[in-house]
Design a protein around this ligand. Structure first.
Ligand SMILES: Cc1cc2nc3c(=O)[nH]c(=O)nc-3n(C[C@H](O)[C@H](O)[C@H](O)COP(=O)(O)O)c2cc1C
Length: 195
């Protein structure tokens, strides 16, 4: 069955996955960020307009598939006909082929928030491959921010500083208490952007 600990997720960090569900027996997939707190459940916040949310609430079953790279997220958004699925082991949901890991989930809680719903799924089966890849936005955001700092004299100053502040906000959200957060705070100090 496998355990969530095997994935190497850090508590409270958000990882980008592709959530697969059934919509009236038809497989459906959409990128969704997930995090864990106690390593027995995954949490996510899903916009109320989302088909994925409707499918989860209708069926009570869903799978968080961890893509090996961003290309699979691109395919899920723009080339869904290219995606292939197989049956999940413990639940009535499609499992996305080609993931580096996948977690089969049973809906435990759905809590309304403004414009979105916080979903908690209990992990009932964890699939892992040898080369598990976890995608977190903090590293890319820090890298982009470093590039922006080298270009500040040539960019629209207000817009560039706004982007740096926004990148810091997102880094703190997706990788709290990380070295990315520390490094980004240092970047802001160096270019005199309030954090
Ligand atoms: C990397 C990435 C992460 C995303 N994370 C979320 C998320 O956490 N919650 C959400 O509601 N939408 C998220 N989205 C947007 C949904 O994937 C997008 O709205 C999608 O069209 C929903 O599809 P659906 O209506 O078929 O479920 C994300 C998109 C990307 C590209």
């Amino acid at each position: 069955m496998g355990h969530l600990q095997e994935l190497g997720m850090r508590q409270g960090w958000t990882y980008e996955t592709i959530v697969s569900t059934f919509s009236h027996e038809v497989p459906h997939a959409a990128p969704i960020g997930v995090w864990t707190e106690q390593f027995n459940e995954l949490h996510m916040e899903i916009y109320d307009s989302s088909h994925t949310l409707r499918n989860i609430l209708d069926t009570g079953h869903f799978v968080a598939n961890f893509p090996p790279d961003v290309a699979l997220i691109h395919a899920a958004l723009f080339h869904s006909a290219q995606l292939t699925f197989e049956p999940a082991h413990e639940i009535a949901s499609p499992l996305l082929c080609g993931s580096s890991a996948a977690v089969e989930l049973v809906l435990r809680q759905a809590s309304p928030l403004p414009g979105r719903t916080r979903i908690t799924g209990m992990a009932v089966h964890v699939h892992t491959r040898e080369d598990i890849r976890l995608l977190n936005r903090a590293e890319g955001l820090l890298l982009e921010s470093l590039i922006i700092t080298t270009r500040l004299p040539h960019l629209d100053n207000t817009a560039a500083r706004g982007t740096l502040a926004e990148n810091y906000r997102v880094i703190r959200k997706v990788a709290p208490r990380s070295h990315y957060e520390e490094a980004m705070a240092d970047v802001l100090r160096n270019v005199d952007v309030p954090s």
